[in-house]
Design a protein around this ligand. Structure first.
Ligand SMILES: [Mn+2]
Length: 381
């Protein structure tokens, strides 16, 4: 039995006001190729299918298209759970009918102890899923006294552990934050101040744990308790993460192997640091000039509209930081320094507009103008 574990698709996400739909389609096509070439028996999606509880129509269309290709064209069943970004009520629409077509949406609490059984030639596997929940929803649904994420989680796991089969391997799908695991900037906290962390221990008795929520691929506690990571980088903090999906192999005795299958983005997400001139030169020959970029300018002088200059070579610069300018700004706090700063800024401005330096005469005229302005301001004050 082989299956692919994926999570955190965040379909419909906007990044710095840019739609990532084409980027998502690009990697989802690679996922479809993996499903076909590896001849997997199932696909597991561990939550955060959409980026928002009410996703844009284009996102719904893309998901519909991808699920139809997996379930109908390739004939591979899908088991999915809602994450904290999804609306469980909306995601589970039609789920009792969809089941017949091989699409299993575990979107209701009462389903947690009813596994989806998927049979391959060599073995069958039980897939249990926990729709994303918080302590309040567990408290209300089961009339049980739990106050923290960890208590709610332990309570649910106790129920599911009791429903586990001794005959076939048991997989559990969950969207949660395991204590001590590595986080990224693009995950929305489940609760403030670290109260969202749960222990890995109740998971240990399962043969494989397919997790979602954290965007960096990793395992926590034990090697079979794994986050496959998000489909794409969704923040610049993830620039060095290797995104992909996890191929899991099981037999009647349990877990055999896990393999990271890499996904190559249409446009990568990177941070470039340096002086404007050097970055522009580099951009002219950069084969990946379409990447989504955060640029950190180290220049210490004023630059006129650096964003449009950079976008001539790097069209997808999404964010600009100027740590060099910040220091200069602090140095210029005093009024005297501020006056000199204006002159220097004008010199930079003139040079960038005209392509040449101010002549001595022009420089003098500007100095006089600035002095006159300050004098006037002083008079008023
Ligand atoms: Mn997520």
């Amino acid at each position: 039995m082989k299956f692919i574990h994926t999570s955190d698709w965040h379909i419909g996400r906007q990044f710095h006001n840019v739609s990532l739909l084409e980027d998502q389609r690009h990697v989802l096509d690679q996922l479809l190729a993996y499903i076909e070439n590896e001849a997997v028996d199932a696909v597991i999606i561990a939550g955060d299918i959409y980026d928002r509880s009410v996703p844009p129509a284009t996102a719904v269309e893309l998901l519909d298209e991808v699920l139809n290709k997996i379930c109908s064209d390739l004939g591979v069943p899908v088991v999915l759970i809602p994450g904290n970004h999804d609306s469980a009520e909306r995601l589970r629409f039609g789920s009792r009918q969809l089941r017949k077509g091989g699409l299993h949406v575990i979107g209701e609490m009462q389903q947690i102890t009813e596994p989806v059984v998927i049979s391959a030639a060599d073995c069958s596997v039980n897939f249990f899923g926990i729709p994303y929940n918080d302590p309040e929803s567990v408290r209300n649904h089961f009339s049980v006294d739990v106050s923290s994420h960890d208590q709610a989680h332990a309570y649910l796991l106790e129920k599911i552990t009791a429903a586990k089969s001794a005959e076939v391997p048991n997989v559990i799908i969950s969207h949660c934050f395991i204590d001590g695991a590595e986080e990224s900037d693009s995950e929305r906290p489940l609760s403030i101040g670290g109260a969202d962390r749960v222990s890995y221990k109740p998971f240990a008795v399962f043969d494989y744990v397919a997790l979602g929520h954290l965007h960096s691929p990793q395992y926590k506690g034990e090697e079979h308790i794994r986050y496959c990571g998000s489909l794409l980088k969704y923040s610049f903090s993830e620039q060095n993460q290797k995104k992909g999906v996890t191929l899991v192999e099981m037999d009647t005795s349990g877990l055999k192997s896990t393999t990271h299958l890499p996904l190559t983005p249409l446009r990568d997400m990177r941070i470039i640091e340096g002086e404007l001139k050097a970055i522009i030169e580099q951009g002219k020959v950069d084969p990946h000039s379409d990447d989504y970029l955060l640029i950190r300018l180290t220049d210490r002088h004023a630059i006129l509209d650096p964003m449009s200059k950079l976008r001539e070579v790097y069209p997808n610069v999404l964010h600009l930081e100027k740590p060099g300018m910040l220091e200069t700004g602090e140095q210029q706090m005093s009024r005297e320094k501020l006056k000199r700063g204006e002159l220097e800024m004008f010199r930079d401005f003139f040079e960038q507009i005209s392509g040449q330096e101010l002549s001595e005469e022009q420089d003098k005229a500007i100095q006089e103008t600035l002095q006159a302005m300050h004098k006037k301001q002083g008079d008023v004050a």
